[in-house]
Design a protein around this ligand. Sequence first.
Ligand SMILES: Cc1cc2nc3c(=O)[nH]c(=O)nc-3n(C[C@H](O)[C@H](O)[C@H](O)COP(=O)(O)O)c2cc1C
Length: 163
Amino acid sequence: MKKLLIAYHSMTGGTEQMARAAARGAAEEAAVEVRLLRAAETGPHDVLDADGYVFATPENLASMAGLMKDFFDRCYYAALDRINGRPYAALICAGSDGQNALRQLERIATGWRLNAVAPALIVCTHAQTPEQILSPKQIAAVDLERCYEIGAALATGVALGVF
Ligand SMILES: Cc1cc2nc3c(=O)[nH]c(=O)nc-3n(C[C@H](O)[C@H](O)[C@H](O)COP(=O)(O)O)c2cc1C
């Protein structure tokens, strides 16, 4: 059975909702096993074992979240040249920007020779004050639907072997 790994980090819940929506979409494809894992609990074996990936991270301090970076740091060389050409999609949850986190993620994915099979999705929560930024997030249904569709498309392509 083909496997789709969804690795994510989330502090105030926004990215987690996006990752879970992608997982629900991917689960529509019965021929693919979906593994939804927090980045801190994801290791090289999980990366090598998967046929495709969704990477989901907040942007914090103009960077991908530290624990997402830690995941890539721990897995990068163990997986280098062993996952070439596999498909992936990127989901970013940001306050108002998200571009730097996406750029970093895409550079790593390029190093891994992964194949971006869906346009990256940046969802902004528009939190401005420290209180808003630290509060639990609620991602709009329309954005969760886009995450769902990305997960579904990725899983379908993995199942059919079209990527
Ligand atoms: C320490 C910190 C730094 C942040 N820096 C940025 C930033 O540089 N750019 C941005 O667009 N959002 C920034 N944010 C906002 C988060 O990206 C936003 O709150 C998002 O919802 C976090 O995702 P999460 O809910 O999955 O934790 C920052 C939030 C925190 C806590």
